[in-house]
Design a protein around this ligand. Structure first.
Ligand code: THU
Length: 132
């Protein structure tokens, strides 16, 4: 699967974003080692703390179905009026959650609706990651 295809899947998942408080709509698409894609969106809550990011929605969906080996994730994020100001990059909590299952060379694709994208690795985004 190409990075562009994975971004397309993230854009499809973004349609389900539940973001009435921030208005920031995020979609993610996580590629397993076997080539399956799990998608996720952000799901906000009026109490704030229960809010979950799109990346962890996708990751937890996958792990809860027995998947533990991953190659890449694509992330897209835009404001409520559909503006992609800059690439949406995973928050620190999501980087740490991904590091639990993904290798340092795991690819993180930032994309938008224009076809532009950038590919980074988990080790770039989470250097000196905590390990036991
Ligand atoms: N959000 C994500 O879903 N993923 C990210 O990588 C960054 C932030 C969500 C959380 C919240 O619903 C909204 O974006 C604004 O922070």
């Amino acid at each position: 699967m190409t990075p562009q295809e994975l971004v397309k899947r993230a854009l499809e998942a973004q349609k389900y974003a539940y973001a009435p408080y921030s208005g920031f709509r995020v979609g993610a698409a996580l590629l397993t080692a076997q080539g399956k894609v799990y998608t996720g969106c952000n799901i906000e809550n009026k109490c704030h703390t229960p809010t979950i990011c799109a990346e962890r929605t996708a990751l937890f969906k996958a792990v809860s179905e027995g998947e533990t080996e991953f190659l890449a994730i694509a992330v897209v994020g835009c404001t409520r009026d559909g503006v992609y100001k800059r690439f949406c990059t995973p928050c620190g909590v999501c980087r740490q959650a991904l590091a639990e299952f993904c290798k340092p060379d795991f690819q993180i694709v930032f994309g938008d609706d224009s076809g532009d994208y950038e590919v980074h690795t988990l080790s770039e985004l989470l250097p000196l990651a905590f390990d036991l």
